[in-house]
Write a protein that binds this ligand. Sequence first.
Ligand code: SIN
Length: 310
Amino acid sequence: MQDIARTVAVLATGGTIAGTAARATDNIGYSAAQLGVRALVDAVPALAEVPLVTEQVAQLDSKDMDFAVWEALAARVAHHLAKPDVAGVVITHGTDTLEETAYLLQRLLAPTKPVVMCAAMRPATALLRDGPQNLLDAVTLARQPGARGVMAALSGTVHSAFDVRKVHSYRVDAFGSGDAGVLARIEEGEVRRLREWPAGEPLGLELAGRTDWPWVEIVTSHAGARPDGVRALAAAGVRGLVVAGTGNGSLHHALEDALVEAQKAGVTVWRSTRCLDGPVQMKPGDRLPSAGTLTPVQARIELMLQLMRA
Ligand code: SIN
């Protein structure tokens, strides 16, 4: 009974879940980030029974996510998690960069309570909107006894922040967990856990007021790749480069030479893969280190965090 009384903090940042279109049949020509957090919550009658605190942390299309919003969001998540009566936090977010925010928050905070990312592929005005069910599921997961870590609850599926990735540009069931597989399912308000909750140690890095987010870019290896882009980035002062290589992180020779030059000039260079799943495994003779199992966007965040701590 005590758990049922525990509060969930719902922090809104925008996205399609808060988007509106002129016609209910329009699933792509909408404006993201139009409705406030109260409207999202009020669209789910079952949430009237749940003690919630709501906060509008930002209101943006997540393609425009930036460091200032990340700083504010990390601070607000930490603030709410520290309250003894708060069971967990739900973050409404756009689907496009959800995996980046999830990975960042997990690495920064490694929360011992659940922090659940929630989004939608259809705007709030759509005939078949997915936002309300996803929000209800996210709140259910945020109140799940024993749950911990940053996760995403989408289409009845729970993904770990370490694994979640957007794998489809249109389908409602648009997220996957790659090789690792999904963390849990939410069925009729019941959480069916399939593997361990995400865990780790908080980095202990203070983001508030930072003006020194290191400049890290992602470049891609492909047919006809040229060295010029990497050289221009290095000359312009980039601090880190993540290269999305082919297969096991292999690189077009022209690009690899430029990346090795950049590395010698002090730029940190990591190799990841364009493949949707799988690690980059090091082998004798490799000239650039592997980003392991991190996707290119995760590797970029990890590299920024490591450069900030250096
Ligand atoms: C966004 O990422 O903010 C827009 C797209 C979406 O939420 O599906």
